[in-house]
Design a protein around this ligand. Structure first.
Ligand SMILES: [Zn+2]
Length: 60
């Protein structure tokens, strides 16, 4: 069963996201194509993702 984690921009909430390499901790880095915001999204459990979504995602 495939679980899709939805990644969206913490600034504009857009889903027009592209992968942007990895940070020093090997976390996937993303960039928003709409507003150029770069951020890291940490897929954990679905429950935690839901909780994290209240804050958007952590930013670098
Ligand atoms: Zn954006």
């Amino acid at each position: 069963m495939h679980t899709q984690i939805t990644v969206y921009c913490p600034r504009c909430k857009g889903h027009n996201i592209k992968k942007n390499g990895f940070d020093d901790n090997q976390k996937q880095r993303y960039a928003c194509k709409d507003c150029t915001r770069r951020f890291i999204f940490m897929p954990i459990t679905r429950k935690q993702v839901k909780w994290l979504s209240l804050f958007g995602v952590s930013m670098i």
